[in-house]
Design a protein around this ligand. Structure first.
Ligand code: FES
Length: 201
């Protein structure tokens, strides 16, 4: 009788131990499988979202942040620069970004300012002609390349021009508006580039 009790106890202990070892075995077996599907740290860093503090970006200023080895321009547009946007519509290839540039921005940035919040422009600073980085000419004043300049970007490589929403002018080599990357606002002063608002929840 006493033996039976002991046996029962031992059996229970052995059963429990086996279950734990079995559980650990499953975990150990699963890890290498998961690892083979995990991108390398380098690949992850290359495609990873970038979170940036925009609280120090002054009115009218542009700051460039690297994302996926691309320069992303973040511009704090002034009311005057925003008011100038419709004035150049008739001189642009695709002012509403719904034609040849329909794929140049996520749906949530397919609007008059090409942005989530009107004042904040977020675009990839790569010319859609042959990939140079356009220069920033924010002032509303005649420039050597355009006597009716309302502010925007000028590509020095082959003279393409974009307005303050990154929309390309007609009659230049670049065919499309500058690309808007996926992004969202984490809060009023922080944006995350690489993740759209829906993904961020
Ligand atoms: S690369 Fe910009 S105009 Fe050619």
């Amino acid at each position: 009788m006493a033996n039976e009790v002991v046996d029962h106890g031992r059996r229970r202990f052995l059963t429990a131990t086996t279950a734990v070892v079995g559980g650990a075995g499953v975990v150990v077996a699963a890890v290498p499988f998961i690892k083979t599907w995990e991108p390398s740290a380098r690949a992850k860093a290359a495609g990873a979202p970038v979170t940036v503090d925009i609280s120090k970006v002054e009115l009218g200023q542009k700051v460039t942040y690297p994302w996926r080895s691309l320069p992303v321009f973040v511009v704090n547009r002034t009311p005057a620069q925003l008011a100038a946007l419709p004035k150049v519509d008739s001189r642009l290839v695709d002012p509403k970004s719904d034609g040849t540039s329909a794929a140049q921005q996520p749906k949530y940035a397919q609007n008059e300012t090409r942005s989530i919040k009107p004042e904040w422009l977020v675009v990839i600073g790569i010319c859609t002609h042959l990939g140079c980085v356009p220069d920033f000419f924010p002032e509303i004043k005649p420039e050597p390349f355009d006597p009716n300049w309302e502010g925007g970007f000028y590509c020095p490589c082959h003279k393409s021009r974009y307005d303050m929403a990154g929309r390309v002018f007609a009659g230049v080599p670049a065919p499309k508006n500058l690309q808007v990357p996926p992004y969202h606002f984490v809060n009023d002063t922080t944006i995350q580039i690489g993740v759209d608002p829906k993904e961020a929840g």
